[in-house]
Design a protein around this ligand. Sequence first.
Ligand SMILES: C[S@@+](CC[C@H](N)C(=O)[O-])C[C@H]1O[C@@H](n2cnc3c(N)ncnc32)[C@H](O)[C@@H]1O
Length: 297
Amino acid sequence: MNYRHQFHAGNFADVMKHVLLGQLMHALQKKEKGFLILDTHSGRGTYDLVRAEVGQTLKRVPEHPAGIGRLLAEGGKDAPHATFPWPAAIREYVELVRAFDQSHGNCDGPVRFYPGSPWIARRLMRPQDRLALCELQEDECLALRAAFAGEERTAVHEIDGYTGLRAMLPPPEKRALVLIDPPYEAPDEWARLVSGLGGALKRSPSAVYAVWYPLTERARLAAFAEELLALRPPPTLVAELEIAGEGAGLRMRGCGLVIINPPWQFEVEVKPVLDWMARELAQAPGARASLRWLVPE
Ligand SMILES: C[S@@+](CC[C@H](N)C(=O)[O-])C[C@H]1O[C@@H](n2cnc3c(N)ncnc32)[C@H](O)[C@@H]1O
């Protein structure tokens, strides 16, 4: 496995995924009862964006300037490119990122320390919520474990995320938000994902599942949709963000989040947020956001 999220941290796809993760958590927190947040592919949790330019062998073009970098001007005061007012969800996400960056000692200038999904969840969870983090790569998991040492109601597991689904669902709380965010490098990733999801849905049919996927040439999206439908899932919403139209020549020109059991009215709340992201994070003509029901409510 070669994938290192370090090179992609803070890109447009992280912005979309992390904003929606925050919104899903808020929606579930409308009820007092606590829930499990299960992050099956956690990554290392903290990313030093300065290091994103240094590849293992080659210099890399960093992706964060076209993501979080668009939203945080120097000093983090205002978005340099924002032509439209910030939706509350974006403002809250940016404030969380800036506070995280500052807590790591970077108080001036461009954002440097970016929180991955584990820290987004950790910072938004309440005392009655619980966080379980799975990361298979040893060095990534070591970093994650070190960073979360002593954090209450948080467990780090060096295990396969699909094994984590089997081991941790259904949770004693009977409520769960599951983020599945694989690297899609292995040819059998889509098959493992669908099979893992199928088993999880049998054990926890009412959990909220958020499955991230890329819009690339290689992505087999039509087959993925068919395979999801074959699981006969509960109501399923698909949110997509395209930062460029087809033919723009970008390796990844967008991404999506499949949301199974979306909270009530979630699609209404996130529509303006997604539209805003399509405008502000566009990289070429044809950028757009969309929301559709794969399985209607
Ligand atoms: C896209 S990154 C995760 C990013 C993270 N969710 C975030 O938003 O900050 C995918 C991660 O999954 C890890 N990984 C790959 N295969 C895995 C597996 N089968 N189980 C758990 N983790 C895996 C990789 O090492 C990588 O850190």
